[in-house]
Write a protein that binds this ligand. Structure first.
Ligand SMILES: [Zn+2]
Length: 86
């Protein structure tokens, strides 16, 4: 998933955090990606409000999708824990 930088026109990617990944596993990394700042290779961190409205809509939809995936992962982990405790 890549977006265009509103400042330089380059590629912008969702941020990733190793710390969030270690603390919360895949779900933590996904949630950080969904709500964290976006990164441009040239300009650094870009706030969502700097993007044009139609891109902001896509970003929000993408975030919701990532949250759903994270929730699904958490549900699977909890289910597995419950199943293996019996
Ligand atoms: Zn840029």
């Amino acid at each position: 998933m890549a977006y265009q930088c509103p400042r330089c026109g380059g590629l912008v990617q969702r941020g990733s955090s190793t710390t969030a990944g270690v603390a919360g596993g895949a779900a933590g990394a996904l949630l950080y990606g969904a709500f964290g700042p976006l990164n441009c290779n040239h300009c650094g961190k870009i706030a969502k409000s700097e993007f044009p409205p139609d891109v902001q809509r896509k970003l929000t939809l993408g975030s919701i999708g990532m949250v759903l995936i994270a929730a699904g992962l958490i549900a699977v982990v909890i289910t597995l824990l419950v199943v293996f405790q019996k």
